[in-house]
Write a protein that binds this ligand. Structure first.
Ligand code: GPW
Length: 831
């Protein structure tokens, strides 16, 4: 409370709050002070890592100031707040991003250089914050950047995993996983709030009593209590003083150990409780687009949701407003179904703890929450066994049953005697045991449900949620096409292209308004500009070639066409189809004379991505890629016309090197399976062309950039059902070119073919669920068109420029404004 502060403190604070001059000299003073005090090192002994730490701590000081000022001003203004609940925040590195967003890069860069360090080396010392699997987690990170840059009063809530996504190494071409112990050294990008804690309980039982008004009230007496401790991660906006927050919870035992047992000499049992508590936030589950029903995962979800809601409610109560105002003050966005228990937890808080009537509470709840769906794949749909929920969260299970009862009563009223519809809409799946369908709960408890690209948002209305459209009408369902932050994915990852754009457009305004990139169109035929464009792309390819040399030993030619597919390894993403087409290409090259090969466009085919540790088929795809690479790369008879590379341990910081270097990137999911994709946007923004299927955001990218600048192929989403049906019930002959490739693998050309038979079987006895055979012919044709187009380098450059120029729509700023205006009803609030 500012009024009660000592005026002396207030005046000092105000002085402090005025940003000091961040010139080179002040930076260097701070750098040396952090080396000698924070790091307690001698100035005679500063290595790159210490230089990184000292620079990071200097930036951290600035972040803390801006964080404080922003939060203070939000408390005073008391606007409607936005909370983004995500189990994953795939932030990557922070130093370069903070330097650029805070506008410190130039001065601090000079300061670092002046002290004898190379900025690239210093930046390279940072470990990624890899608290996510792939697209969903990275989307959350891009959205935080936009929320901050657009001055929204927003917070993210997540978990502070001790171990992020595993590190991937290769052994004999197979993926092996290593723990990602990212907190091994001090983490300057978090502010531990050891005093901000929430007790979260599990298990126990529910007791009933009748209150003074004669109402039946419920009290949940938990069994275990675990403490959630807050760690705040400041997120600076670009070109604003606003700095928002991601609050990550870490689990700690309520008490250090059982003193009775300790004194009885039972040391192991005495610390068991502590270890179990710390387990909750120990590790990120490494599955992408796949549900694994582990009890610990459900505990993570409730632990996170309970701590976050307690925090949100606590902040609201401080304003002294009545509960009816809660939805006017708070918007909570659910990033997929992972935080769906938040709906139940808020209802419990309002009814059990605050004493509101059920209907009044439920109205507040549904006006507060909105839900984003990110997939229609059946195996990714979250459902939890009722007995497990009842055991861990007995009161929540009761509330879910009541929510379902009242919901189904309403359905029944509108559609009397439709038992079938009731069963389809029910939050409870009637099986043995019963399951809670989290998506159904999320829909019923939210006022808006959105998909993440046009096609996907239409598909959810006609497939997985079609019965909900019957009941609610289609207005409850909407689309917000995903976006990416141009700050990280162009300015930071591709500084040379960023500088060129800034130079020719005459300002950095495009970083705040990406649609202004359309002014590049008039330079698409400008000879001088094109030359510069090519020079930048070429230098990014050289940078990637060096990275490939260092990390795989393979030497690649930067003049070749770089063809890239980097993303989580998944059957629906069809890396398998890609490597099969590589074999086809290789065999064609082998059949040519060396004169014929002279006319062939040289290609480097680059893969990267992690497979979930338990995903056997995905891991076999990695092995096949490496086996093919081994044969192709050492075959001198094809004159370097083809190289195949698997870059290990694909993550955000590796993506920043790979994406700016692409000529073509592949986004080739079976139509209807990739909800949006976001790396497709990153590649095109960096002047890379796409080879893709008619799926997810590819469709909207195509709409924006035009037919001439994208290579699309394959069957459409509305054909998929029939094609699958045909495979299942008729003998559909395999595409002949594909059959040849299969024969080649089976002949042992790429090592012991028995290894790959489970993979080959997915095409044959597995009925080719992802329709590789159906798309293979058009895929090869599209590949040929790519080769032809690349021969005309001048025209290719024109396409590349037009790609970048027309990507304005895909800024996450546009996406966030849509959420704010159409879903949250939230306004910016600048400091
Ligand atoms: F299954 N996505 C992801 F929907 O990266 F939850 N992980 C996931 O577990 C899920 C979705 C989930 C991705 C989608 O696959 C991708 O198409 C989309 O662009 C991204 O989420 C962001 O919306």
């Amino acid at each position: 409370d500012q009024a009660s502060l000592d005026p002396k403190i207030v005046s000092l604070w105000e002085k402090c709050a005025v940003n000091e001059n961040n010139d080179k000299e002040n930076f260097q003073r701070s750098f040396v002070r952090h080396v000698t005090t924070t790091l307690a090192r001698s100035v005679y002994n500063i290595d790159n890592f210490s230089a990184y730490q000292a620079t990071a701590h200097t930036v951290r000081d600035q972040l803390i100031k801006q964080w404080n000022e922003t939060q203070q001003s939000h408390t005073e203004a008391d606007p409607k707040r936005v909370y983004y609940l995500s189990l994953e925040f795939l932030l990557g590195r922070s130093l370069d991003n903070a330097l650029l967003n805070l506008g410190l890069k130039e001065n601090f860069g000079e300061g670092v250089k002046d002290l004898g360090f190379r900025m690239e080396d210093v930046l390279d010392e940072e470990v990624d914050a890899a608290l996510g699997n792939g697209g969903l987690g990275r989307l959350a990170a891009c959205y935080m950047d936009s929320l901050a840059s657009l001055d929204y009063p927003a917070w993210g809530y997540g978990l502070r995993y001790t171990y992020g996504i595993f590190q991937q190494r290769l052994n004999d071409g197979y993926q092996v996983e290593f723990p990602d112990y990212w907190l091994n050294f001090d983490n300057p990008w978090e502010l531990p709030r050891l005093d901000v804690t929430v007790d979260v309980q599990f298990g126990g039982s529910v007791n009933k009593y009748t209150d003074e008004d004669g109402r039946v009230r419920h009290v949940w007496e938990g069994n275990d209590v675990i403490k959630a401790v807050a760690y705040d991660v400041p997120i600076p906006g670009y070109g604003t003083k606003n700095c928002i927050n991601i609050r990550l919870w870490s689990s700690k035992p309520k008490r250090q150990f059982d003193l009775g047992r300790f004194n009885a000499g039972e040391y192991e049992q005495a610390v068991q409780e502590q270890m179990q508590a710390e387990n909750i936030t120990a590790v990120l589950y490494p599955n992408d687009n796949h549900m694994v029903g582990k009890e610990l995962r459900l505990k993570q979800q409730y632990f996170w949701v309970a701590a976050s809601l307690h925090d949100i409610v606590r902040r609201f109560i401080k304003t002294g407003k009545p509960w009816s105002k809660f939805p006017d003050q708070v918007a909570i966005q659910l990033n997929d179904t992972h935080p769906t228990l938040a709906i139940v937890e808020l209802q419990r808080i309002l009814v059990d703890l605050e004493g509101l009537k059920w209907d009044e509470a439920w109205d507040i709840v549904t006006r507060t929450f909105a839900f984003t769906n990110h997939t229609i794949l059946p195996e990714a749909m979250e459902k939890w066994p009722v007995p497990m929920v009842a055991y861990l969260l007995p009161r929540h299970m009761q509330i879910i049953f009541d929510v379902n009862l009242f919901f189904l009563q309403k359905v029944e009223k509108l559609f009397p005697d439709d038992r079938d519809l009731l069963a389809k809409l029910s939050i409870i799946e009637e099986a043995t045991p019963q399951f809670v369908r989290m998506a159904h709960l999320a829909i019923v408890g939210s006022h808006q449900v959105n998909g993440v690209a046009e096609l996907h948002s239409n598909l959810i209305k006609t497939t997985i949620f079609k019965d909900f459209v019957k009941f609610y009408g289609s207005e409850k369902f909407t689309n917000v096409t995903n976006g990416i932050t141009p700050r990280r994915w162009l300015h930071q990852a591709n500084p040379k292209l960023g500088d060129l754009i800034t130079e020719v457009l005459g300002s950095k305004n495009w970083l705040k308004d990406l649609s202004s990139l359309n002014q590049l169109e008039k330079f698409a035929d400008d000879k001088e500009f094109k030359k510069q464009w090519v020079t930048v792309k070429r230098s990014n390819k050289v940078r990637l070639a060096e990275y490939i040399k260092t990390h795989t030993g393979v030497v690649v030619n930067p003049n070749a066409l770089f063809d890239i597919q980097v993303k989580r390894i998944h059957e629906y993403k069809r890396q398998f189809m890609n490597i099969l087409s590589v074999i086809h290409r290789y065999n064609s090259l082998k059949k040519m004379s060396s004169e014929e090969r002279c006319d062939v466009v040289k290609r480097v085919i680059i893969f990267g991505g992690k497979a979930a540790p338990g995903y056997y088929i995905a891991k076999l795809v990695i092995k096949l890629i490496n086996s093919v690479a081994e044969v192709v790369n050492k075959d001198e008879s094809i004159d370097d016309t083809l190289k195949v590379v698997f870059i290990p341990d694909y993550n955000v910081s590796v993506a920043e090197i790979i994406i700016p270097a692409s000529d073509i990137s592949q986004h080739i999911s079976t139509a209807g399976t990739e909800a949006s994709g976001t790396s497709n946007m990153k590649f095109v923004l960096n002047g890379g062309l796409i080879l893709g299927t008619v799926d997810g955001a590819n469709i909207e990218i195509h709409e924006e950039i035009g037919d001439d600048n994208i290579f699309m192929f394959g069957n459409l989403a509305d054909q998929v059902e029939d094609l699958r049906h045909a495979h299942r019930y008729r003998n559909v002959p395999i595409d002949p070119a594909l059959q040849e490739v299969i024969n080649d693998i089976e002949s042992g050309h790429f090592g012991d073919s028995r290894i790959f038979s489970p993979l080959i079987n997915t095409l044959t006895i597995g009925k080719d669920y992802y329709l590789i055979s159906d798309d293979f012919g058009s895929y090869l044709s599209a590949q040929n068109l790519v080769d032809e187009a690349y021969k005309n380098q001048d025209d290719w450059t024109r396409k590349s420029i037009l790609c970048t120029a027309r990507m304005g729509k895909f800024s996450s700023d546009r996406a966030i404004k849509e959420y704010a205006n159409r879903i949250w009803n939230a306004k910016p609030c600048s400091t």
